[in-house]
Design a protein around this ligand. Structure first.
Ligand code: SAM
Length: 326
């Protein structure tokens, strides 16, 4: 089992498959972005090798993300490989859902179990405003396909002060009345490339909870507030599903962090909100054997920082969210 120096069991790897995206969410990246050239990204073979190695080292869960992971041509095969990897019990995907319509069934057939779809509003106009390029109908079609394929679905929404309306929050939460989905609201995190926008735009869990309590009546805390992954869950009165809050800024959950992130260019990011990184690509491309790679990964796990430094105004500067993989 991979334990870090604080005795946390680090068994969850989030793999970014590309830094490119087919949307330009205002809180995530500027409209005009330059993405990494293909040769800087890990190849499918390099990724398969690392996935096998992480399974051997005791990692239990893999989530593919990005950028937008459905833009990666080899996604289905990588999911198939991860699902068949000894030790890996759970394989998930985080996506904007735009291309899920045609990919949901092949992904399910390849062993994908669950999908987190980012959707910030159910209003077409505001969805377009928040994503700059998005068409809500594509995401709805993707969700229908995911449901038909039997994938477990969670929705993620980033709330953006001045752009998101209370109505967006309540309509997303309302989806949990009739379905067993989780709808999770994520606090905006600041990164060097967009820091002041993200700090000004952040809406806290407490503010959102007040809105939902007012509209639906008191929400019921699920499981005494024990986190489900990163989310604190509540149920609307009479609700089948759950409303979750992922609140890394107002209620940090670093003590429960069990994850590492692998960027598309092969860097292990030890904390989402700190620039502590270990570059695996020179090892991979320099002929390192599995033992040398394992040593580097175990050391990286051990060196994982205790937590982020947002309260001390330490804002990560090296990469934005789309370059890390949320
Ligand atoms: N393209 C995929 C998607 O849309 O889900 C995967 C990558 S995206 C970077 C992962 C998640 O990060 C999305 O839910 C997105 O809304 C969220 N995100 C992006 N920038 C963020 C920020 N500054 N703070 C909080 N969440 C952010």
């Amino acid at each position: 089992m991979p334990f870090d120096r604080y005795n946390r069991d680090i068994d969850y790897l989030r793999i970014s498959l590309t830094d490119a995206c087919n949307l330009r969410c205002v809180y995530c990246m500027p409209e005009h972005m330059t993405f990494r050239p293909r040769h800087e990204l890990l190849s499918d073979d390099e990724l398969r090798r690392l996935i096998t190695l992480f399974g051997t080292l005791g990692f239990r869960k893999i989530r593919f993300t990005g950028g937008e992971p459905t833009l990666r041509p080899g996604l289905v095969d990588l999911v198939r490989h991860a699902s068949a990897t000894p030790g890996i019990a759970k394989v998930g995907l985080t996506t904007n859902g735009v291309l899920l319509d045609r990919l949901a069934q092949p992904l399910r057939d390849a062993g994908l179990q669950s999908v987190n779809v980012s959707i910030d509003s159910l209003d077409e106009g505001r969805f377009r405003q928040l994503t700059r390029w998005g068409n809500l109908r594509d995401v709805r079609a993707g969700l229908d396909a995911a449901r038909a394929a039997g994938l477990r679905i969670k929705l993620n929404a980033v709330v953006c002060r001045g752009l998101t309306l209370d109505e967006d929050v309540t309509e997303l939460a309302r989806l949990t009345l009739g379905s067993d989905w989780q709808v999770r609201f994520i606090e905006q995190m600041p990164f060097g490339n967009n820091q002041s926008f993200q700090e000004k735009g952040m809406v806290t869990e407490d503010e959102l909870l007040a809105v939902l309590n007012r509209v639906f009546g008191p929400l019921e805390l699920v499981d005494q507030g024990k986190l489900d992954g990163e989310a604190r869950l509540y149920r609307l009165p009479g609700g089948k599903g759950a409303v979750g809050f992922i609140s890394p800024v107002s209620k940090p959950f670093c003590a429960d962090c069990n994850r590492l992130r692998l960027t598309a260019d092969g860097v292990l990011r030890l904390c989402l909100l700190r620039d502590s990184e270990v570059d695996l690509r020179p090892l991979l491309r320099g002929g390192a054997d599995d033992e040398a790679l394992s040593v580097a990964i175990r050391q990286a796990v051990f060196d994982k920082p205790w937590g982020h430094g947002l309260e001390q105004h330490l804002i990560p500067a090296a990469r934005g969210m789309s370059e890390i993989g949320g």
